[in-house]
Design a protein around this ligand. Structure first.
Ligand SMILES: Nc1ncnc2c1ncn2[C@@H]1O[C@H](COP(=O)(O)OP(=O)(O)OP(=O)(O)O)[C@@H](O)[C@H]1O
Ligand SMILES: [Mg+2]
Length: 279
């Protein structure tokens, strides 16, 4: 059984990222001072892509860049400190220690991105605290040692406040260890560029999809809080690129995907029909 929970990321190619405000400069400045960063924003708005882009930008000219400049961990409710730090594994009749993604990043000096941190178990936040203040240390209890973070190490976490789960809110003592960068869905023009680039549809189609996005997000408040993500609009574009009729692509990637609520689906379908009339 594989115990790998993180995806490492290498520097081969520059990820496409379209900056929407001053987030690139802000993150860069935070990195120079090794200030931990919290990325806040709704699902599918570009947070992960942004960190990949920043990792590339920060390490691309570094002679001592770690092999995997970015360790991404998708946090979930069973994720424990052990998953992040490491564990003993049985190999044949030997027990060997295997570092977790956080230990690896701490040792190698890479960026560790804990996606949806509020999902993780409470014992994980303890680790975060000692890594994000002046100590910059990671206690590895099972080995009885304390790792001092490599000078290049940076911790980045993300948080989607939209779930509105009070129990899973980020604790003040955790939140106040990070500078916070807010993300939101791009404006019409930017989203058009992103959809066109990511899906390969012509810009006229991309613009229509972006328009669907804008209109659907304006439904906000009618029992429908999340809107539609840039990710889904890109999916719709990808289906269209494959030859699927636009209204069918929107049905599968947008209307049916945004919500299970028939009422909401109907409202979204009405908007889509106006922008992509059936052939
Ligand atoms: N500013 C942007 N530049 C380039 N691509 C973008 C941008 N914003 C969104 N995208 C596109 O949207 C997709 C989804 O973005 P991403 O996976 O980064 O979202 P996320 O905010 O991490 O979502 P989640 O909270 O669900 O993890 C990307 O794969 C990319 O195609
Ligand atoms: Mg993400």
């Amino acid at each position: 059984m594989s115990t790998e929970i993180a995806t490492g990321y290498t520097l081969q190619e520059e990820p496409y990222y379209l900056p929407l405000a001053d987030e690139v400069e802000l993150f860069q400045a935070a990195y120079e001072q090794r200030l931990p960063v919290l990325l806040k924003g709704p699902t599918g708005c570009g947070k992960t892509r942004f960190v990949e882009y920043m990792a590339h930008r920060i390490y691309r000219n570094s002679v001592s860049a770690p092999e995997q400049p970015l360790q991404t961990v998708a946090c979930h409710e069973d994720l424990s400190a052990t998953d992040l730090v490491g564990r003993f594994l049985l190999q044949g009749d030997e027990t060997v220690w295997q570092d977790g993604p956080l230990s690896r990043a701490v040792k190698e000096g890479s960026i560790c991105y804990l996606d949806e941190i509020v999902e993780a178990r409470k014992d994980s936040t303890v680790l975060i605290h000692s890594l994000t203040d002046h100590r910059r240390i990671l206690p590895v209890e099972k080995l009885g040692l304390i790792l001092e973070a490599h000078p290049d190490f940076l911790l980045v976490i993300s948080y989607n406040p939209g779930y509105q789960n009070v129990l899973k809110d980020l604790k003040t003592s955790t939140r106040q260890r990070f500078i916070s960068i807010d993300f939101d869905y791009p404006g019409l023009e930017e989203e058009t560029s992103i959809i066109a680039h990511e899906s390969g549809v012509v810009s006229e189609q991309a613009e229509r999809l972006a328009l669907v996005g804008e209109k659907v997000r304006n439904l906000h408040g009618h029992g429908f809080d999340e809107g539609v993500s840039t990710r889904l609009l890109v999916y719709a574009g990808q289906l269209i690129s494959q030859g699927v009729a636009p209204d069918r692509a929107c049905d599968a990637a947008i209307i049916k995907a945004v919500s299970d609520d028939a009422e909401v689906q109907r409202a979204v379908a009405e908007l889509v029909v106006a922008i992509f009339p059936p052939a």
